[in-house]
Design a protein around this ligand. Sequence first.
Ligand code: PLP
Length: 375
Amino acid sequence: MLVAPQVSAFHPPRRILMGPGPSDVYPEVLAAQARPTVGHLDPLFVGMMDEVKSLLQYAFQTSNTMTVALSAPGSAGMEACFVNLVEPGGKVIVCRNGVFGERMRQNVVRLGAVPVLVDSPWGQPVDPDAVESALKANPDARFLAFVHAETSTGALSDAKTLCALAKRHGCLSIVDAVTSLGGVELRVDEWGVDAVYSGSQKCLSCVPGLSPLSFSPAAVEKLQARQSAVPSWFLDQTLVMAYWGGGKRSYHHTAPVNALYALHESLRQLAGEGLEAAWQRHRDMHLLLRDGLEKLGLKFVVDAAARLPQLNAVYIPEGIDDAATRNRLLQEYNLEIGGGLGDLAGKAWRIGLMGYGARRENVALCLKALESVLK
Ligand code: PLP
């Protein structure tokens, strides 16, 4: 018999989360999550899920029926797009300008499909001309996959142009909107996005662990016309829709009931503010932060034209110890900023202004704390 470990209840401090996510969670969302758990097939809960669905349709700006929140993080949203739509031997144009484009490539390879890479240097957006050349050179490609907001570098790609190119060349678009949803303009129906996924922990300022996902009617048609079974049971959207779809709900898996209360509340906050107002707030707070960072002598990784307001990547000044500085911010100011990822590890900091975190007081605290630790 193992002896029971003697541990205390976990009481984390209240950090200010200004990294690449998770972001600061709305207090109302934390409160929503603490409400009593009900059964996941309880009619009241099912009614709340219908509201989550229409709030997600608003956030994505889509009327797609297949719009759900997967009970798993953003990586599962990515995987769901590939496992449902791509079949072995299929060709996918994958744009790679950071960590998450590379993750898309790995998904394609694991499915026995063929990735055609369009690489852009880290810190730059996806190049539409290079994508067009790849589409022309590969008329048998059926998908174009790219990351709208590359969290590893802070670069924003032109999703509207890329999706239009995909359509013109007979491809469905698969778009990573993990960091973009709620923080920058994203119009799924107007731009012709076919498969899109996000994460709860970035600009939605919800607790981590859920992945909003939406498929266009063309993507649903592709899924229904598959020659082979979807190779993942859990992520098979034809099964998931039996739970999330209209009509009679049937058991698929036990939904994370309280996490969905949290998502419901965070989407309600976004709808209350209004999408366009939220995009503008992210822009305004970014400009405020940018001015302060530049005064401190910090240089941005991404050119102004492609800069994400919600993810500010700046080079670490010469002679400054990355880990020690971030640790001081955490210990002395309760402030978390992100380190660099992949090619930018040890070279850049990533300062997030996401959702509820994109506030004047956060910008002021971050600038004050950085000024003091960089002295
Ligand atoms: N895609 C992008 C652009 C991301 O930033 C992230 C996470 O940071 C992911 C995918 C993966 O999401 P998760 O960590 O929730 O699995």
